[in-house]
Design a protein around this ligand. Structure first.
Ligand code: ADP
Length: 258
């Protein structure tokens, strides 16, 4: 039996097709969030990746910010539950998840069975999110995925005092005109995000093992900065950005077979 989980985020759509709740048969990612194009494109690319058609899929479960705007799903589930379920499948020892997406941050705690125990999330503000990093990458004229490798060459961490994205953008532009080393500046950008995220994570309490989900976890410079701020190791699974979609596909399977 094939089940499909679709995570319609604010910035990107992710899709996972599971075979019998065990094996990933196909996946897709489209760098556009809620709306009509992102969900449609990612749905089609996951079917193509799996070599399947819509008729082969038993159940579709949608999660993410735009889950209620998508009319192709049989049911919906919150991102918190889906991320917890997806991460527990990928990393059964994880008890704390820091999910940084395009526009929000969530800290989740799981119990030993992988059930969602507790969570906190930020208010709707770009500071500390993927959006902040995307804006800073734009100012530096690099791609977001280049930030991690650039920060590897940092010799020091530039302090960025503005927390607001708009003010921080001006601050980074003025630091650039003062010929600050770019790797040091990127390390400073990561440290600034890590500081905001850590404040939220501490509110929820940290239980090891700690992992990250969401697209920002693909930035190893960000993972390093957050690990330093939390004073705890963070292990990231390569499918971190798909955790919500995977959880949705798993829940769809469990609901279809109970
Ligand atoms: P959402 O579910 O809120 O739409 P995601 O969890 O998909 O967001 O994360 C999107 C964010 O992840 C982007 O804003 C970007 O900052 C970051 N991101 C995506 N891909 C990469 C990558 N390869 N390297 C670094 N950061 C990335």
């Amino acid at each position: 039996m094939y089940t499909l989980g679709i995570d319609i985020g604010s910035t990107a759509c992710k899709c996972i097709i599971l075979s019998d709740g065990k094996e990933i048969a196909g996946k897709g990612l489209y760098p556009l969030g809620t709306g009509t194009i992102g969900p449609k494109m990612v749905f089609e690319s996951a079917l193509k990746d799996a070599g399947l058609t819509r008729e082969d899929i038993h159940t579709v479960l949608a999660t993410g910010y735009g889950r209620f705007q998508f009319d192709g799903a049989d049911s919906q589930k919150s991102e918190m539950t889906c991320h917890a379920t997806g991460i527990h499948f990928l990393m059964p020892s994880a008890r704390t998840i820091v999910d940084i997406g395009g526009q929000d941050i969530k800290a989740l705690r799981l119990d030993a069975q992988g059930r969602l125990d507790n969570f906190v999330m930020n208010d709707k503000c770009a500071a500390g999110t993927g959006r902040f990093l995307d804006v800073m990458a734009g100012v530096l004229n690099v791609k977001t995925y280049e930030l991690g490798p650039i920060s590897d060459d940092a010799q020091s961490v530039v302090s960025i005092s503005s927390t607001c994205t708009v003010f921080a953008e001006s601050e980074v532009i003025s630091l650039l005109s003062n010929n600050v080393r770019i790797p040091d500046l990127v390390a400073g950008i990561h440290a600034s995000v890590a500081g905001r995220v850590a404040a939220l994570v501490f509110r929820n309490g940290i239980v090891p093992d700690v992992t990250m989900s969401g697209g920002v976890a693909l930035n190893h410079g960000m993972v390093r900065a957050l690990s330093a701020e939390l004073k705890t190791p963070i292990t990231v699974h390569p499918l971190c950005q798909y955790a919500g979609a995977l959880g949705a596909a798993l829940i769809a399977y469990r609901e279809a077979t109970k």
